[in-house]
Design a protein around this ligand. Structure first.
Ligand SMILES: Cc1ncc(COP(=O)(O)O)c(C=O)c1O
Length: 407
């Protein structure tokens, strides 16, 4: 047997993706990291190009992935325990570094317990597998991340057990809650903390207020869940994320170590009973090897840094550079979505112009992401800029100047 027939069918499917404009471009490969040097922040070299690039498309908001303390912590853990766990968690694949990270992240987000996963993606799926049953009703924001949408799908609920509210629209959330069939016992309201393509945030204080009024109606209540992957570490006065910014915490927090913390992995934080249910029922936790001890030790170190003076200084620079970039856009009369998050969208509202600007920036050594139809509706074409703490004032000035000169 060969793959010839399957390959033929798959090629046709791939051709359709291309024809619909949904195919991903070939991946660029980073081959060199050049550390910050005076007024220049870090630069990257790509395979096949001599240029040095500024990355304005990295989620590493606090620029911690190259931090010597994280590298040293990962190194030490690896030298002690090796590079891989050798088994899943419940078959003696649990090391002290896994448990330490669970304690650390629970304390960081202010919940009594947490479970770590290989990613936030598998955390969302794990939560859905753990808490869904035939009488669970899920409500999500219209712009939720793919991992939440996938989690709602794999929770095996019938489609009638699901509703979507208009983005950040509390009246529409209320409508969804009003329309829940009365035989439902458990309601989960789930939303991104920061919406990754827009940089705006879920008003958790308002969501909690709306949901509170419906809690009594259902046997297990209304449970609020934030996936704060883009918020944790990068948002709020102390970098604790969207709950910090809103002054209100939902019942369950999901997040990643792979963005502001610069490492890898995800987590669910909540009550000890919820976390034990996750341990017993989340297939994406149970049947897969855990993070390496290196990842765990580095993530703990990242949170230690966030909690100290250095973390606050990084956050301050991140805010200042974000403010500088946003001001640059405003001064040029450019359209964005306001807010303090380091995801700064530049609304172009035209596919060709978006592609031309992405190319122009690339040709001048700047990496960004362009979102065009059909990934976003026609008229919503956008370039997403992501500011990181290691960007310098000169880096941001350079990019603003480039944008000014683009015709
Ligand atoms: C809201 C949200 N959840 C989950 C993820 C995925 O995070 P991870 O890479 O840890 O799976 C992302 C990142 O793209 C995200 O924006």
């Amino acid at each position: 047997m060969t793959l010839d027939k399957l390959d033929l069918s798959l090629s046709q499917e791939l051709d359709s993706l291309k024809a619909e404009g949904r195919a991903k471009a070939p991946e660029r490969i980073i081959e060199t990291y050049i550390p910050p040097n005076g007024p220049k922040g870090p630069r990257y070299k790509l395979v096949g190009s001599d240029k040095e690039f500024i990355r304005l498309n990295s989620n590493s908001y606090l620029s911690l992935s190259q931090h010597p303390d994280l590298v040293a912590a990962a190194d030490k853990a690896t030298h002690e325990f090796g590079v891989g766990p050798g088994a899943v968690r419940f078959i003696d694949g649990t090391f002290i570094h896994h448990v330490a990270l669970e304690k650390r992240v629970a304390a960081f987000v202010g919940k009594p317990a947490a479970k770590i996963f290989n990613s936030a993606y598998t955390s969302n799926c794990g939560l859905a597998l753990s808490i869904s049953h035939a009488k669970t009703f899920w409500i999500g924001d219209q712009l939720n991340h793919n991992s939440i949408i996938r989690a709602m799908r794999i929770s095996n609920i019938p489609s009638k057990n699901k509703a979507i509210y208009k983005h950040n629209d509390m009246t529409d959330l209320k409508r969804c809650l009003d329309e829940i069939p009365l035989d439902m016992e458990r309601v989960v309201v789930i939303f991104d903390g920061i919406f990754s393509m827009r940089g705006d945030f879920a008003p958790i204080h308002e969501i909690n207020e709306v949901c509170k009024d419906y809690d009594e109606k259902f046997k297990d209540g209304v449970i609020t869940v934030v996936d704060d992957s883009h918020g944790i570490g990068a948002y709020g006065d102390k970098g604790r994320g969207t709950p910090d910014f809103c002054g209100a915490s939902p019942d369950i927090i999901i997040g990643t170590f792979g963005k502001a913390f610069g490492v890898n992995g995800g987590f669910i934080a909540g009550s000890p009973t919820l976390i034990e249910a996750v341990r017993q029922k989340a297939d994406t936790y149970i049947y897969t090897n855990p993070l390496s001890v290196a990842d765990c030790a580095a993530a703990v170190k990242a949170m230690d840094i966030c909690d100290g003076k250095e973390g606050l200084a990084l956050l301050k620079n991140l805010k200042e550079r974000t403010g500088q970039f946003r001001k640059g856009l405003t001064d040029q009369g450019k359209e964005s979505i306001p807010g303090p998050h380091p995801v700064v969208p530049l609304m172009i509202r035209d596919t060709k112009k978006t592609q031309d600007l992405v190319k122009y920036l690339f040709d001048h050594g700047v990496l960004v992401v362009g979102l065009t139809f059909p990934v976003v509706p026609r008229g919503d074409e956008t370039i997403r800029f992501q500011i990181n703490a290691s960007h310098t004032m000169a880096d941001i000035e350079y990019v603003i100047e480039l944008l000014k000169n683009f015709k």
